[in-house]
Design a protein around this ligand. Structure first.
Ligand code: 5AD
Ligand code: SF4
Length: 462
């Protein structure tokens, strides 16, 4: 098999496409890192690429169909390249790869490599196997060894706001969810390696780090002292890193919201007053059918405790409309819970059966029209809450971390502590800095603001 390279750079071109969650985006960066020593450099289109990796997501609808239609398009490019005597290695990674395995190469025999999320550190070896032997390689085992330990250090700087994966997998087995089957058992990365990566990110210019995990608040990694560290303990250690201004973590499960983590929101100023905490439903019947392991009142108690610990705490959530067994009364209970909490932001989905999950085979599936209507009601309420939350910031002084240029010349964009996007006129030198702004207006999806202390033009005259 010929391996060609970009004549101008001597590099092989790698195109990575990522669907789904932040964990997948993070994993895609790491796959690029692990392939860099083999001469692969990322490009932003699949045309003419030497290798294409599709990093898939299986959590909601039609992931498999989307994948095969994308593969169909890539097949044409691969054949065109082959006609020119060149190769395009095609790899499918992520949760669809994990779930479908050999099904993928059976339906799309031109795919060279199928690899699950636990195997990314083996990419160089797998690529070599494909290149040497031809044929497909399918790698969807859950090896006991630690993928994190085998991945190289992140190379490309992520910028002002960076993501850091600290935990993977899930043992919760919510009835609707594929994650426990595709990402495997819960695993926490040792604290020392998390802290080392955080220091490196800050050294490369990160001012905000978001810790990632499917069940991030279930974190229980080995500490440098040999003891098990909770997420609260890890956050306290990370908060000590010079130059790191903001910390966040996502996604959390209500069952893992321990007292120490609630207290961390009181005690660690760098920990932002915004939490994504999926509730899924406001009905105890549905929560039980979902195997969530908590009731509506448990969720409300956590929200109250967080707000007592940090009065400016804002919440985000995930809601599923029309889970099997959901009645009109259950749906009403969800609307009431949303009203009671008042979310700053939220994601809501129509239930879609994931093959192999308990909910897919459960009785009481809700018809599509009812699911659509319930989702629309949930979304109308959540949209109004988000708009009200954004509007409530108008007139306030808020610290904004500027992350890059804004929509218009002379503008920068940034984020509030509550993750709201903000646009304001500001000099480019403020990118990467926390700057106090006065919020002028709250729009449905963003805020506009002005510098509280505009630079003095006289100072610049000289
Ligand atoms: N149907 C609809 N939504 C789902 N989610 C997970 N599985 C399903 C499904 N089968 C949603 C949950 C989860 C979010 C990431 O995706 O709300 O929190
Ligand atoms: Fe899926 Fe539930 Fe695990 Fe979240 S906690 S990843 S919804 S099984």
């Amino acid at each position: 098999m010929t391996q060609t390279s970009d004549a101008s750079t001597g590099k092989k071109r790698l195109f990575l496409r990522s669907w789904g969650c932040q964990m997948n985006v993070y994993d895609s960066h790491r796959m690029a890192d692990v392939l860099a020593p083999l001469g692969y450099a990322p490009v932003d289109a699949p045309e003419g690429a030497d290798m294409v990796i599709l990093n898939t997501c299986h959590i909601r609808e039609k992931a498999t169909e989307k994948l095969f239609s994308e593969l169909g398009r890539l097949r044409v490019m691969k054949e065109a390249r082959r006609a020119e005597g060149q190769e395009m290695l095609l790899a499918v990674a992520g949760c669809v790869a994990q779930a479908e395995g050999a099904e993928i190469t059976a339906r799309a025999p031109y795919v060279d490599l199928v690899l699950g999320p636990q195997s990314y550190h083996k990419l160089p070896e797998l690529v070599a196997r494909v290149s040497r032997a031809g044929g497909h390689v399918i790698e969807t085992e859950f090896p006991t060894e630690d993928k994190f330990d085998h991945l190289p250090e992140a190379s490309a700087p992520q910028g002002v706001t960076a993501f850091l994966s600290i935990q993977e997998g899930c043992d919760k087995f919510c009835a609707f969810c594929v994650v426990p089957y595709t990402r495997g058992a819960e695993y926490s990365r040792p604290a020392a390696s998390v802290i080392a990566e955080a220091r490196r990110l800050v050294g490369q210019g990160a001012r905000e780090i978001t810790l990632l995990g499917q069940n991030v608040n279930a974190y229980h990694g080995e500490g440098p002292d040999g003891r098990e560290w909770s997420l609260a303990r890890l956050l306290a250690a990370l908060a000590g890193i010079e130059g790191l201004e903001r910390l966040r973590y996502t996604t959390s499960h209500p069952r893992e919201m321990g007292d120490d983590l609630v207290a961390a929101h009181r005690d660690i100023p760098a920990l932002m007053p915004f939490l994504h905490l999926p509730v899924q439903s406001g009905s105890d019947r549905v929560l039980a059918a979902m195997n969530r392991g908590h009731r509506a009142e448990d969720y409300l108690r956590i929200v109250d405790a967080l707000r007592a610990a940090r009065p400016d705490m804002a919440l985000s959530t995930d809601i599923i409309a029309g889970h099997p067994g959901e009645t009109e009364a259950d749906h009403e209970a969800t609307l009431r819970l949303i009203e009671r909490v008042g979310f700053a932001q939220a994601f809501s989905f129509k239930y879609s059966p994931r093959p192999g999950t308990p909910a897919a085979g459960a009785p009481g599936h809700v018809d599509e029209a009812t699911k659509d209507r319930r989702l629309a009601e949930v979304q109308a309420l959540l949209r109004a809450q988000q708009a009200a939350f954004n509007a409530s910031k108008a007139g306030q002084a808020v610290d904004v971390l500027f992350t890059g240029p804004g929509r218009h010349p002379g503008q920068l964009s940034g984020r509030t502590p509550w993750l709201q996007p903000v646009h304001a006129e500001a000099p480019a030198a403020m990118i990467g800095r926390l700057i106090p702004l006065r919020i002028l207006a709250g729009h449905p999806n963003s805020l506009s603001g002005e510098l509280l202390h505009p630079p003095n033009p006289e100072q610049h005259a000289a």
